[in-house]
Design a protein around this ligand. Structure first.
Ligand code: ZN
Length: 121
């Protein structure tokens, strides 16, 4: 990297809606039957450390709708949205990735986040 990119402040308009999509998706997809903590990540429990759902679980615990976005820095938001993007991207099937300009919910969300974070796809 030779040049430093000065990122603009994140536009927070519609941000809570953007965060709501992966939150809903993770909650829907998570299997909570075997979680003894009712999806409250417990950093001192080994079962949480080795749980296959630890990414979703940690994300949800950091991005509950009760946690105000105003308390998060732009870096926090960038990091949480990037994690959520990885999650949503992992849901896309191979056939689906070949479609150009797909307008499904996942792809529309990804496009919005990419433009917000100024990531070129
Ligand atoms: Zn799509």
């Amino acid at each position: 990297m030779t040049k430093t990119i000065q990122l603009d402040t994140i536009d927070r308009t519609g941000l809570s809606e953007l965060m709501a999509y992966p939150r809903r998706k993770m909650r829907d997809n998570m299997d909570v039957r075997f979680c003894k903590h009712a999806v409250f990540y417990n950093p001192v429990d080994e079962e949480c450390t080795y749980c296959h759902q630890d990414m979703e679980c940690k994300w949800l615990n950091h991005n509950d709708e009760l946690i105000s976005l105003d308390d998060k820095t732009d870096d926090d938001i960038r990091r949480e949205l990037t994690k959520a993007m990885d999650y949503v991207e992992a849901q896309l099937t191979a056939a689906h990735l070949n479609r150009r300009a797909c307008t499904c919910d996942n792809c529309s969300w990804l496009a919005k986040v990419r433009s917000l974070l100024e990531i070129s796809s």
